[in-house]
Write a protein that binds this ligand. Structure first.
Ligand SMILES: [Zn+2]
Length: 327
């Protein structure tokens, strides 16, 4: 059953099959004749079923509902084309649009394959596994292009509430949180999660994704948030959690730097294999391949950030990128 958070705002738990995230929090703001659904779940029947069940229990009609996406990831955006009705709108941060559909999406996915290969994954692994990643095969249909772009500071009004878009790049290039000032309520998407640490990868066409993320964390810390509504799992102490996340990344940067000092001229894949990961596996070799992909992406964003701090140098003159510490 959906759970009411404050008057007219509900959380629907959407099951995420075969995902360590377990569930997505979809939120709905119910207004008179016009509702707003925030995030949807993967493009999978299990997600559609749990979401539509929740919407039905609340008597929500999609003919009267717009959709708002916190970011481009498939576990948030995958079901949009299946849910949206004619004439209704789907909002998303402007710079997420190229990743959402059509030719730009195909090109960006292809560039991701090249990036992964430059990080040190073998061609065989890329062809056999990575092109089948959940982020791709559970994404929305590639021909759906009915998005309305949002910019930082844009205001949306639903159910008597005003939501202000707060651009929080890092987890994705134009991730957004949404702030209801009157209620001191923030929809945090995957920018601030409480039970898990948001994955920060290095995005193509972004100089320093981790640097952006840390900056966005400090910026959002300035809001007097009393109710934080995250994209996954449960809520918690907003400012306390931001402090923890900042500390976590400083520790990871330290660890990454240490590994690099001990192993000069390593590939990103090699550095990742020497870092510690919170996963029940005996060795790096035993990591499930999609988890390895997340881990290497995470390591890459940390190495790039060390570089911007002047603590590492990158040699990308060959096919595979090599990193070395500046001591
Ligand atoms: Zn997510």
């Amino acid at each position: 059953m959906p759970e009411e958070i404050i008057k007219g705002i509900y959380r629907i738990r959407v099951n995420l099959p075969n995902s360590p995230l377990k569930l997505l929090n979809s939120y709905i703001i119910i207004g008179e004749g016009e509702n707003l659904l925030i995030d949807t779940g993967f493009n999978r029947p299990e997600c559609l079923e749990s979401l539509t069940e929740g919407l039905k229990a609340l008597g929500v009609k999609m003919e009267e509902t717009d959709i708002l996406l916190t970011h481009l990831h498939a576990d948030h955006s995958g079901l949009v084309p299946k849910l949206i009705k004619n004439g209704r709108r789907v909002f998303i941060g402007r710079d997420e649009l190229p990743w959402m559909y059509g030719e730009t999406r195909s090109i960006l996915w292809e560039l991701d394959n090249i990036k992964v290969s430059r990080e040190g994954f073998s061609e065989e692994v890329i062809e056999k596994h990575l092109i089948k990643a959940p982020s791709r095969n559970m994404a929305s249909e590639p021909d759906f292009d009915g998005f309305t772009p949002l910019d930082d500071g844009d205001i949306l009004s639903y159910g008597g509430y005003e939501l202000r878009a707060v651009l929080t790049p890092g987890h994705t290039p134009a991730h957004m949180c949404f702030w209801i000032e009157d209620e001191k309520l923030m929809f945090t998407g995957d920018h601030v999660l409480f039970d898990i640490t948001p994955n920060i990868t290095l995005w193509n066409f972004v100089e320093d994704s981790l640097g952006d993320y840390l900056h966005s964390l400090r910026e959002i810390d300035k809001y007097d948030v009393r109710i934080a509504l995250p994209g996954h799992r449960e809520t918690g102490d907003f400012h306390g959690r931001i402090a923890e996340l900042l500390k976590h990344h400083e520790e990871r940067l330290d660890e990454c730097y240490k590994v690099l000092c001990e192993n000069p001229d390593s590939t990103i894949y090699e550095v990742s294999g020497k870092m510690s990961w919170k996963i029940r596996c005996n060795s790096w070799e035993d990591f499930p391949i999609t988890q390895k992909w997340f881990a290497v992406g995470e390591c890459h964003s940390h190495l790039r950030h060390l570089e911007t701090r002047g603590l590492a140098v990158r040699d990308d003159s060959e096919d595979t990128i090599l990193y070395r510490a500046v001591q």
